[in-house]
Design a protein around this ligand. Structure first.
Ligand SMILES: Cc1cc2nc3c(=O)[nH]c(=O)nc-3n(C[C@H](O)[C@H](O)[C@H](O)COP(=O)(O)OP(=O)(O)OC[C@H]3O[C@@H](n4cnc5c(N)ncnc54)[C@H](O)[C@@H]3O)c2cc1C
Length: 490
């Protein structure tokens, strides 16, 4: 930007710095449509490149900062001139100040800690300050309006598309009217099931949910990944797992009158996010922590569908999920039961790592080795989950048939018998490096690792892929490992 601002400037000429100030101001104007495009949820860059709008948001912030920087250089270089000319009360200067302080306010209210602490404040401030910036910039220098109107059009189109998407899914001709079932499946997790006619989405995509009855404002919406994929034509059920925090999600939980509530209307808008298919991999290792399971579970179910219909060459499908308590499996039990009933002739494993057991109080792998997890034990389950009785899962050293670790009490999980055959419980955190090494050794073709969860888990998965997918291993003929990660933070 700075380089372009020197275009055709004779540095020795009188007032060359003012010419530079004007040109860098024009550069700031020229960034505006790009800044708005990169913030849009349905932008063509995502469609063309496959990069999700959440990841493009990084470029939105970068181009926004560049624009502010250029605007301030423009303003500071002109300040002495405007001062001597006594133009501070002229309208074009006042509008310029509205624009620059509006834009600076956008930056100042967007820090991560503000978004984490008060997302709704950030959102409202972003809308109001964007309007201030656009109006200010338009009237500051109307000859540059051809940069501002495209930005306005991009923003308006994005909002319009959101309204259309909401109406298309929810309203009268769908006969849905916000109907859904909310179930309390853990102390702070709600399972929301919404049945909508003809609803379509792909694995890994998310919807914005609005519950005007419990939201702070009528327009408040929050993103949640669908935990399943549509199976049939006609009425389709979308399943979401919602962890209650302090805002909208807590109000939703508080509004529930019983553990299963069908009285709160919830409207869906979407789907959003770029769908990336894992169909062409021979082995897929899906790694999740907590409610991050929604993202990977939809891939898990989509891959089973593809394998059943012969669209995918997948031979090994492995889900590794970290939960605080064994009973958290209840969240996804109906989906696993369905999957286990129809599962095709491929190797399907679900390993649930329970992090809050007496033997699980250890740091992430790499810091300390966890003996029972390092050497995979066989798992024997006793008890009948469906009958509602608690069961015990014992980890046994295969060589010596003696318990390696304390038993993990596995409370009622709602898993059917066929689902229990593919699900095993382990204490502590997974040694992802060892797990990946084994999956790669058994794989006949390309391997994919997809992870969604807390930053520590994603970093652990990245390290595992780096350690296994080395150039030396590739030279030895090891199959290629592809990595994909998804964040669900703000
Ligand atoms: C693409 C995507 C998919 C997600 N999928 C799931 C999921 O499947 N299950 C799940 O439990 N959570 C998911 N989340 C997170 C979920 O959106 C937030 O937990 C929820 O919006 C919190 O609302 P709150 O008002 O109760 O939050 P608060 O208590 O106000 O804040 C808790 C955290 O949520 C963030 N947050 C609040 N509002 C939003 C918002 N509108 N957009 C993004 N982040 C927000 C805050 O910055 C903060 O970090 C997903 C987030 C994204 C971006």
């Amino acid at each position: 930007m700075i380089g372009c601002s020197f275009y055709r400037i004779d540095l020795l000429a009188e007032n060359a710095y003012l010419r530079f100030a004007n040109q860098i101001g024009i550069m700031a104007f020229a960034q505006t449509p790009l800044v708005f495009l990169l913030a849009s949820k349905s932008n063509p860059i995502s469609s063309l490149t496959g990069i999700t709008y959440q990841k493009l948001n990084y470029l939105h912030r970068a181009s926004g900062r560049a624009c502010i920087f250029a605007s301030w250089i423009h303003a500071l270089l002109w300040t002495p001139e405007v001062w001597w000319a006594g133009h501070f009360k002229r309208w074009y200067i006042i509008w310029g100040l509205v624009a620059i302080f509006g834009f600076t306010g956008l930056w100042a209210t967007s820090f991560r800690w503000i978004r984490r602490a008060a997302f709704e404040f950030f959102l409202v401030a972003h809308i109001l300050l964007s309007v201030a910036f656009l109006v200010g910039a338009l009237f500051h220098w109307q000859r540059m309006a051809y940069w501002i109107w495209p930005a306005v059009a991009i923003w308006a189109f994005d909002r319009l598309l959101r309204v259309v998407k909401t109406l298309r899914i929810n309203f009268p001709w769908r006969r849905a009217d916000g109907q859904c079932t909310l179930e309390m499946v853990g102390s702070d997790v709600i399972r929301l099931t919404a049945r909508r006619r003809g609803l379509k989405w792909s694995a890994g995509q998310h919807f914005f949910l609005a519950a005007p009855g419990v939201a702070g404002s009528k327009h408040e919406t929050h993103p949640f990944s669908a935990a399943n994929v549509p199976s049939d034509e006609g009425d389709v059920e979308a399943v979401f797992l919602i962890r209650a925090h302090r805002g909208f999600t807590q109000r939703l939980r508080d509004a529930m009158t019983s553990d299963t509530d069908t009285s709160i209307p919830v409207f869906l808008e979407g789907p959003y996010g770029t769908a990336h298919s894992l169909e062409h991999f021979s082995t897929v290792l899906l790694v999740a922590g907590g409610t991050g399971v929604t993202f990977v579970l939809s891939h898990f179910l989509a891959l089973l569908q593809s394998a059943r219909s012969g669209r995918s060459p997948i031979r090994l499908l492995h889900l590794v999920w970290h939960v605080r308590h064994g009973s958290d499996v209840t969240w996804i039990a109906p989906l696993l039961n369905q999957a286990a009933k129809e599962h095709p002739d491929i190797d399907v494993r679900v390993e649930v790592f329970v992090t809050r057991t007496k033997v699980a109080d250890e740091p992430w792998p790499g810091e300390v080795q966890t003996p029972g997890v390092e050497t995979p034990p066989t798992v024997t389950s006793h008890g009948d989950h469906l009958s509602g009785r608690s069961s015990q899962t014992t980890l046994v050293d295969p060589a010596e048939s003696r318990p390696l670790l304390e038993t993990i009490p596995t409370p009622t999980t709602g898993l059917s018998r066929s689902a229990q055959e593919i699900v095993s419980f382990k204490p502590g955190r997974a040694d992802l490096c060892t797990i990946l090494r084994r999956d790669v050794a058994r794989s006949e073709g390309q391997v994919n690792v997809t992870v969604c969860g807390p930053e520590a888990l994603m970093s652990s998965a990245r390290t595992a892929v780096r350690e296994v997918n080395t150039p030396e291993a590739a030279r030895r003929g090891q199959v290629e490992v592809e990595f994909f990660e998804e964040t669900v933070g703000s």
